[in-house]
Each structure stands twice: as C-alpha cells, then as structure tokens.
Design a protein around this ligand. Structure first.
Ligand code: PEP
Ligand code: MG
Length: 882
C-alpha cells in the first residue's frame, strides 16, 4: 500500500485532482511542481494514514516508516543536505492539510530538524549565527506549543525578560548571543513543564510533529469547525513534510501571501502582502505591519512602506508570471503563499481563494468575459446563499456618522451592534437576540463561534489576510481589521481612542467596505442591484427552466420582489390583509356575528378594503400572474386578546363584553393548526370566500380597464378531498359571473388548490379534475407528513439534528425522501389527469437552494419565496437545471 507521495524531489507523484487522498495543500503542491513552478521538495502522507491511525488505536501502517524514510532521502538528495547532519542539516516544515482548508487544526511547525548541534551547523553554513539561533528558538517555541502543548505565554515571558534586561524593544535588535540566552530559557521551560528535555533527535521531532497533525484532526476546535462547515470526520487530514526555505536570512529574503485577484472587490489586480526578512507566520500573525506587493496596492491603501514591486522588482515579476500561470491553469482566483530566499522565489501553497460575495460575482463575470470560463461555469460558481450579502443594506451615505477610527476594509457590509470583547460573550448575547460586534486585538481559531454569532468583527491588529479578515469573508460577516488607533483594554472592558471611551455594551457601527468604525447605530440603505449582479443573474435566467415568483401581500413586498426579478406572485396570504388596524374591527365584527346576515353586514365593510388591496397588487404586478389564497388561519387568531380590545370590539359590534368573551371561548381550539382553518372556514362560512372572490374579480375588472389585464389564480387552502374544492370552486365561479354581469367585463381566472395535506397529495388525480393548478404548501405538508407542529418543533428538532435522525431542519430544507415523495406523487397523479397542470411551491422551501433542486426534479413550473430570496431562487433554479 502506498502511503507517501513525493513532490518536487526529482519526481512528483500527485496531482490537483487527488485532493481526497493528499488533502488540498498536498495535491496543489504536487500540481505546482508538475507545472514547473519552484516548489521546495517534499512529500505528503495521505489522508488514508489518518483513517488508519484512528481505526487502529492511534498507530501507523507498518510500511509507513520505510516509505517516509525513502521520501525523506529523496528530499535530502534534491537539497544536497541531510536530516540531522551536523554540518549541513536539512530542515523541514510539517503542515496539516485536509481536503478543505480547516483553520481549527494544527497548522505548521517550521525549522524542524534543528537541535543544539545542527543549529551550530546552520550558523556556520549560512554564515549568519543570528539567523540560525533565531530559527532554532522559533522552532522550540512552535514545536513546544503545537506538538508538546506547552503554553506560549511562557516563551513570550522569557523573550520579554531578555529584551528588558538588554534594554531592547524589537526582536530584530537581539544578537546571536541574546538568542542563545533565549534558547536556554526556552529549553528550561520545556523541561520544567514536561519533566523531560526538549527532543534533540530530528527523527523523534519529525514523528512527534506527524503525530500532532493526526491528533489535531479530532481536537475540539477542529470538531467545531467541521460541524459549522459540514465536513465529515471520516475525511481525515494529510501531513505535508517539505524542505524549508528561508525568508528571514537577510534583506534579500521575504515571505508573503497573495491573491491572484482582489478577494474583497474581485478586481483583476494582484493583491497581497509581504514582509522583508521574515518567516511565514509573521505575515498573518499581525506582529509587523505587512507591506503591499504592488505599487497600486500601496497607493490604494495609503501605505508609506515600499511595495515588493519596488524593493525586489525582478522577483516580483517572476511572482506576477506565476500568478498568471496559476490562474490560467486553475481557471479560478488563487490564494498563494511564497518565500524569497536570497533572491530566489519559492511557492509554498496555492488554493482556490476565499472571496466576498461581490468579489465572487465580479470574478465569475470577468473570467467569463476574459474567456477563462464559460457563462454556465460562471453561474455554477456563485453560491446562491451568498447573494444574501449583496441584498442587505449598506450605510446610508447621507446619515450622520461619528467616525472614531479607520481600519482595513476586510469584509464588506455594514453592521451595527453592541461592543463585546470575547467570543463566548458574543455567542451568549447573540443567543439573547442581541446584535453584537466582536471586538478583539486579533482573532484566532478559538474565536470562530463568537465570530459566527456576531454581526460584525473589529480587530485592532492584523492585515487583509489576517485570521479575522479571512474567516469573516468566508462567513459573510462584516469585518474591519487592523484598526490600530483603537486601544482595547480587556480589564476595564473599554475601547479607547483619543478622548473617546467606548464601553462594553455600547452601540457601534462598522463598515467593512471602507474600514470605518463609528459610534452608535448608523442608518442603512438598500443595495444597488446592477452591474455584475445584474449580468450574472441575466445569465442564470437564461439557463433556468422554473419561473420564480414571490410570496407577497403588501405593496412594499410586491415592489421589492419585482425589483429582485420576481415573475409573479405565487402566494398572497389574504389573512395578512385582515390584520390591518383599519380593518381588524370589521373582521372581529364578522367573527362575532350570530348569523349569516350579521356576517354579511361585516363582510360588506371589508370588501372595499380587500378590493383596493388587490387593485394595488395587480397594478404593481402589471399583468404578471398573481395567486391569491383565500382566508386560511383559525378565526380565533383575529379575536381581541386584552380586555380593552374586547371592549372596543363589543362597542363596534353593538354587543357587550360578555358576548365577546363567550365567542372567544367558543372559537378556542385545542389544536388550531388542525382545526377550523383553511377551506374548512369556506365550507362553514361560504360568504367569506364569496366576498373575497368578489373583491378579487372587481379589482381585476377595474385594473383591466387600465390596460394591464390580470389572470388571477384563486387558490383554496388545506384541501383534503375533491368535494371541498368542488363546493368552493362553485362559490368562486358564482362570484365571477356576478362581477362579470355587473361590470360587463370578461374575466379570465383560474381556480386551483394548495396541496398541503398528505391525503391531498395521494388523491391529487381526482383533485386535478377540478383544480386548474396546484401549489405545494410545504410548510403544512411537512407539518402533517411528519406530524410535527411547525410552531412547536424548536424544542426537540435540534436534538434530532444532533443525533443525526434528521440531517436538516425539515421546515427549512425539504425532506426529499418523504415530503419530496408526496410532492412527486401529487405532481404525477395530477398531471396524469390534467396534462399541463400548472405546478408550484409556496412553502418556505421555495427560497432554499437545496429544496429548489428537489422542485426541479419534481418538475414544478415555478417556485415562490419571500422577496429577499427571489435572487437566490433565480440562481438556485438555474443551477438546479444544469
Ligand atoms: C404552506 O403551508 O406551505 C403555506 C405556504 O401556507 P402557510 O404557511 O400560510 O400555512
Ligand atoms: Mg399552509
């Protein structure tokens, strides 16, 4: 069995498409080596070893030792150095690398192979003992921290003490002798903490680091990260061992990270940061302020520090050529890491770069325009859920703002919330429904749960590629990073800047698009939906089969939805119109009426309101289809709750308080969701549906005169039997005749039904003899198929998900196997009887991408969702059709 794959050392055995086996990092290192890019030689221990490790009591396959030794020998050969050689030691890095990047895991150990003897050798060979001892102390610190689990504050204390003794402030001012003192201190700490000395044997160091990588796959942070990102534990991680190159051997050395395009805006410009004379982790750790790669980047960010393009132009141009080569090869934006050792460029990593939603759009559209990908690929690349970020508000440019600091625009969007200083507190406050801004000096993988819970993240240290920036962009949270003017005082729980003090719990606003930090909650405005967004949505529209409608009953919702591209209304819940304060009295009067005559009197008061509502909706929808559902909820929902309200109703209805109370009791139901609601109301009180139908038809007749005729689709809710529908369709037809006769206007309309009960789905054949369309009401269909109350499920569904009984909340994502099968049955049986029967969905699932895929498979004609989800549904419907 092959457990180890070499790269760069004369032969490369892996490829980019071997991610499952080699992890993302290992597969891409191999791919870069195959492309002829300068990759320091190394090898990857496969994810299968990780699986073996956990299946066999944390032991390794017997062949592994020999395979590692052979691969190491190949590196030694390629580098002309030997592991543990006193004169010319090979040093390696050890890194984890799962299929998907996982910031929760052990990341890196650098300079492995150094000990008291090889450090001397490195000093002699490099002619730079300061560099050699600095490397050694870094190794002890990193290794002790991530492999031996010694807390890093011990090491920081020692370094601080040495600096204080010598009266130095910067690490770079320490001499070789100073570092020797630090090393002595570090080794003593390890011995004191662990009761044994720091391991000197490189072989032992290597296996220690390999074990730590595999061990970290199951640590608490990695488990949390996997849970949040749906990554199965069975995937395992690979381990990459690679020969070291040094970015910290002098001023002709550097290390950096870059994106082949701007990850924040998507602009087709090289974007990155580097540090001269530094080692990998220095750039992301935020200890020194990173410099920009390009002159343009430097200028755009008002930096005084020279760009790499200026400092080492030759290497920069090599790197720029690598950038183009990688983009052409991968046909996507890449996130790369590189090191320059004494003027020579080395590539340490490439992977698909995380980007903001606006950047994703711009990159997809640009790459399609550049011919790197086609339009279908561009449409496939956008995660529909990410559009959410574009549809949400930005700061109102006219709003007053008190800017207290400016950091980097790390992840766009504006967010307001309470200032909170710890991830745990952020999570606790969010659970109470508070909007919070998590404020930290810098973030680490330990803060992920708090970042997830927060509306926005503010850090005072770190660049555009810092942990906070990268993670926030991935999560779609607004983030301002590196706002260095702010001083966070954790003890006092305050943020200070000049003469302003912001306390924990105070409201602030951050703008992740400009980097501004403001006092208070600044008002926001709706986003523009033009440019790349419009272009990509246009491409998506050309690829989808299903139409996208909206669930709307107010003019505001209808207008918003049209702006977002809705092609009609799939569900107008008329009961929402009944709750309007101007009408509720008449509604209550209707409910309290003792007899039909009384009900009709009250309904007559409501009819003009209803008609006007429909006139407005029809006008806004301008000829697009509008589906109107007749009254659905239990009547008691409209009844007054407080005594004062009851009195008011009694007065308006010309009756007394006692009667109102009595009627409330009468209407009370034990199980209202399964009670007197939906078409059952129409069966007992047909005059309600009659009034609604008349209002709809009069409105249609009026609007038709204006030149934009509508074809109302009148929908009867909660049908279980064909008989119910027959009776109520008659009521509607009679109303149509009546209005036609009165107005002299021909009326075009459809009468259909919701399919929201299992019996209706099963009997869809006979129901379709009467119904001219079906709309799947999957909220009720899920409720009744599972027998789980949609209003009471929150108390136990989380346990169902935790125990893996249900993968998703079935009220958010359609249950494909059960509810999906009922839909499929209903669609087939309905269409068998009435070919071309129009089919839609109007439950909450109509705006959920995974559910939309199921709707496509069932063959629905349209999905209908809330206005803000219309663009998501348009894109998801296109992807479902591909
Ligand atoms: C449904 O049940 O899916 C539906 C759309 O109706 P409502 O949510 O109003 O019950
Ligand atoms: Mg329903």
């Amino acid at each position: 069995n092959k457990w180890v794959y070499s790269f760069g050392a004369g032969k490369t055995e892996g490829r980019a498409d071997m991610k499952n086996l080699l992890g993302g990092k290992g597969a891409n290192l191999a791919e870069m080596a195959n492309l002829g890019l300068p990759v320091p030689p190394g090898f990857t221990i496969t994810t299968e070893v990780c699986t073996y490790f956990y299946a066999n009591g944390k032991s390794y396959p017997p062949e592994l030792k020999d395979q590692v030794a052979a691969a190491l020998a190949a590196i030694e050969e390629a580098m002309g150095a030997r592991f543990g050689d006193p004169a010319n030691p090979l040093l390696v890095s050890v890194r984890s690398g799962a299929r998907a990047s996982m910031p929760g895991m052990m990341d890196t150990v650098l300079n492995l192979g150094l000990n008291d003897i090889t450090a001397q050798g490195l000093a002699k060979r490099s002619g730079d003992s300061r560099f050699a001892f600095d490397s050694y102390r870094r190794f002890i610190q990193m290794y002790s921290n991530v492999v031996l689990d010694v807390d890093h504050h011990h090491f920081e204390d020692i370094l601080e003490n040495v600096k204080r003794d010598r009266n130095l402030t910067l690490d770079t001012e320490l001499s070789a002798d100073d570092w020797q003192t630090v090393i002595k201190g570090y080794k003593k700490v390890v011995e004191d903490e662990l009761g044994r000395p720091f391991p000197q044997d490189p072989e032992e160091q290597l296996w220690g680091a390999i074990g730590a990588v595999f061990g970290s796959w199951m640590n608490a942070r990695a488990n949390t990260y996997r849970r949040l990102h749906d990554i199965p534990a069975s995937w395992g991680t690979a381990v990459n061992v690679q020969s070291m190159v040094f970015g910290n051997m002098g001023d002709d050395c550097a290390t950096g990270v870059a994106f082949t395009r701007n990850p924040s805006t998507g602009e087709n410009a090289f974007y990155g940061e580097y540090l001269v004379n530094a080692q990998g982790e220095d750039v992301v750790a935020g200890i020194r302020t990173p410099q920009h790669l390009t002159i343009a980047g430097k200028q755009a960010n008002h930096s005084d520090l020279p760009a790499m393009e200026e400092v080492m132009p030759e290497v920069f141009h090599q790197l720029d050529a690598v950038r183009l080569k990688l983009e052409r090869h991968y046909r996507d934006m890449q996130d790369i890491e590189f090191t320059v050792q004494q003027g020579t460029l080395f590539m340490l990593q490439t992977r698909t770069g995380k980007r903001t939603a606006p950047a994703a759009l711009r990159i997809a559209v640009d790459m399609a325009t550049e011919g790197l990908i086609d339009r279908t690929e561009a449409v496939k690349r956008i995660d529909p859920a990410s559009l959410d970020q574009l549809l949400h508000p930005t700061l109102d440019p006219k709003a007053e703002r008190t800017v207290i600091a400016k950091g980097l625009p790390a992840s766009p969007g504006a967010a307001s919330g309470k200032v909170i200083f710890t991830a745990d507190e952020a999570e606790a406050q969010a659970a109470l429904g508070e909007a919070v801004i998590l404020c930290r000096v810098e973030t680490s993988p330990e803060d992920i749960h708090g970042m997830h819970a927060a509306q926005g993240i503010l850090t005072t240290r770190g660049g555009m590629t810092s942990h906070a920036a990268v993670v926030a962009r991935g999560m779609g949270r607004a983030c301002v990073s590196g706002a260095g003017e702010l001083r966070i005082d954790h003890k006092a729980k305050t943020i200070m800047v000049r003469n302003v003090t912001v306390k924990e719990g105070d409201l602030i606003t951050i703008d992740g698009s400009t980097g501004e930090v403001m006092l208070g909650a600044v008002p926001t405005i709706q986003p523009e939906l033009s440019g790349d967004f419009a272009t990509l949505m246009g491409w998506a529209d050309g690829l989808r089969r299903m139409k996208v409608r909206t669930n709307a009953e107010t003019p505001l919702d209808a207008r918003t939805a049209r702006k977002f591209g809705a092609e009609g209304i799939g569900l107008c819940r008329t009961e929402h119109m009944f709750f309007d304060p101007a009408r509720i009295l008449a509604v209550r009067e209707m409910i309290l009426a003792e007899d039909e005559a009384g009900r009709r009197r009250a309904l007559a008061k409501l009819e003009p309101f209803q008609k006007q509502d429909f006139v407005e909706l029809f006008t806004i929808m301008a000829g697009l289809p509008v589906t109107i559902r007749l009254l659905d909820p239990p009547l008691h929902e409209f009844l007054p709750k407080t005594e004062e309200e009851m009195r008011e109703v009694a007065e308006a209805a010309g009756t007394d308080l006692q009667r109102v109370e009595h009627r409330s009791l009468q209407l009370h139901e034990t199980n209202p969701m399964l009670g007197h609601r939906g078409c059952r109301l129409g069966i007992t009180f047909p005059e309600i549906y009659e009034m609604q139908a008349r209002a709809i038809f009069s409105a249609a007749a009026e609007v038709a005169k204006g030149g934009n005729p509508v074809t109302p689709e009148i929908m009867i809710p909660l049908i279980a039997t064909r008989k119910e529908l027959d009776i109520l369709k008659d009521v509607v037809d009679r109303a149509a005749k009546e209005v036609s006769a009165a107005t002299g206007q021909e009326l075009d309309y459809l009468v259909g039904t919701m399919i929201e009960l299992p019996r209706a789905a099963l009997r869809a054949g006979e129901i379709a003899e009467t119904a001219e369309f079906f709309s799947f009401g999957t909220n009720d269909l899920t409720q009744t198929a599972f027998g789980i109350s949609r209003d009471d499920s929150a108390s136990f569904l989380p346990d169902y998900q935790r125990q893996g009984i249900l993968e998703h909340d079935p009220f958010a994502t359609l249950d494909a196997d059960g509810v999906g099968e009922l839909m499929k049955l209903g669609a087939e049986r309905g269409r068998a009887v009435r070919p071309g029967l129009k089919l839609g969905i109007c439950g909450e699932h109509g705006g959920d991408p995974a559910s939309i895929t199921i709707c496509e498979a069932v063959g629905l004609d349209y999905v209908s969702c809330s206005p803000y989800r219309v663009p998501i549904a348009r894109l998801a419907a296109a992807q479902a059709a591909l």
